[in-house]
Structure formats: structure tokens, C-alpha cells
Design a protein around this ligand. Structure first.
Ligand code: HE5
Length: 151
């Protein structure tokens, strides 16, 4: 599990994402679809759209914003807010049918985008972010296990 100091270290660089979740979320989802084209099929709203149609797409921006806001909420809770993750695991397992591997895949994309776009995100903050995202994936996995969702 990531330590409290690690959540603080990440949050000390997180202001740009808090200020503009849609823009960062848009980049994350576009990068996700580029690096893992299969992932696009998991989104009924986006599955049929071309790369061009995913540019400046208000739905994609809105959903990207939602994803970044949830992640911010998780970090601000210092990993102790189980309700947020439990609700997230339930909707992703039962409603959206997202195999758990995608939490790792999107975490890797988030890491890449954050390090690339956020000024001053040094090695210590990078290690902290890796550990925080790892904790996120692990806890989502534990809720998936509880729900009996095997994928
Ligand atoms: O669960 C919800 O609210 C608690 C519904 C809205 C929501 C979705 C839907 C939220 C808050 C998140 N996602 C958040 C989130 C954080 C992690 C990093 N997601 Zn989510 N998702 C939703 C992730 C990770 C993740 C990986 C993948 C492949 N997510 C997805 C996919 C996904 C899908 C298909 C949906 C359904 C809504 C939709 O299609 O929106 C356009």
C-alpha cells in the first residue's frame, strides 16, 4: 500500500489536473485508445468512432473529466475511502463489464501522461504516483474478488 506521504507527494503536483480535469482526461482516454485499441470497444458511446471523431469530442472530454475527478477523490481520501472504490468496482464489474486488467492499463497511461504533461514531476513524485496507482488497482481487484467478478 502507498503511504500517506506518497498521497501527499502526488497531491502536491496534482493542481493542474484538479483545475482542468476534462483536458487531462481527454488526453488520457485518447492515449488509452491509441495504445490499446481494444479498450475503445468497452465504451458503447465511443466504440464506433474514428480517430477524427474522437478529437474535440464533448462526450469524451466529459467522461475523461469524470475519470480524473474520481482519481482525485481517491487520492484526497489517502486510499482510506473505501466507499468510492467499492462503488467504482461495482459499476465497472456489473454494469460496464470491464476486465480488471484495464485498471492497470489505464494506470500506466495516466502515469505516462502525468509525467509528460506536469511540470516538475520528479523521480520521488513519480515513485509515489506509481505506488498510489498500484494501490488503486490492488483495491479494485480486491473488490472484484469480493463481487466474484473473475475477469
Ligand atoms: O462508476 C461510475 O460512477 C461511480 C460511473 C461513471 C464512471 C466510469 C464509467 C466513473 C466515475 C469512472 N468510470 C471512473 C474511472 C476511474 C478509473 C481510473 N474509470 Zn471508468 N468507465 C465507465 C476508471 C477506469 C476505467 C477503465 C476503463 C476501460 N474505466 C473504464 C471504462 C468505463 C466505461 C465503459 C464506463 C461507462 C460509461 C461510459 O461509457 O462513458 C462514456
Amino acid at each position: 500500500c502507498a503511504s500517506g506521504e506518497e498521497y501527499d507527494a502526488v497531491l502536491s503536483f496534482w493542481d493542474p489536473l484538479k483545475a482542468d480535469p476534462k483536458s487531462y482526461g481527454e488526453i488520457v482516454l485518447q492515449r488509452l485508445f491509441e495504445t490499446k485499441p481494444d479498450s475503445q470497444k468497452l465504451f458503447p458511446k465511443f466504440t464506433a468512432l474514428s480517430k477524427e471523431q474522437l478529437q474535440n469530442n464533448p462526450d469524451l472530454q466529459a467522461h475523461g473529466g469524470i475519470v480524473v475527478c474520481k482519481l482525485t477523490e481517491f487520492m484526497q481520501g489517502g486510499g482510506r475511502d473505501k466507499k468510492t472504490l467499492k462503488d467504482l468496482a461495482e459499476s465497472h464489474a456489473k454494469q460496464h463489464k470491464i476486465p480488471r486488467i484495464y485498471f492497470q492499463i489505464i494506470s500506466d497511461v495516466i502515469f505516462e501522461v502525468v509525467v509528460e504533461k506536469i511540470e516538475g514531476f520528479g523521480t520521488d513524485a513519480q515513485t509515489a504516483l506509481k505506488n498510489v496507482l498500484k494501490t488503486f488497482q490492488t483495491q479494485m481487484g480486491e473488490f472484484y474478488d469480493e463481487l466474484g467478478f473473475d475477469d
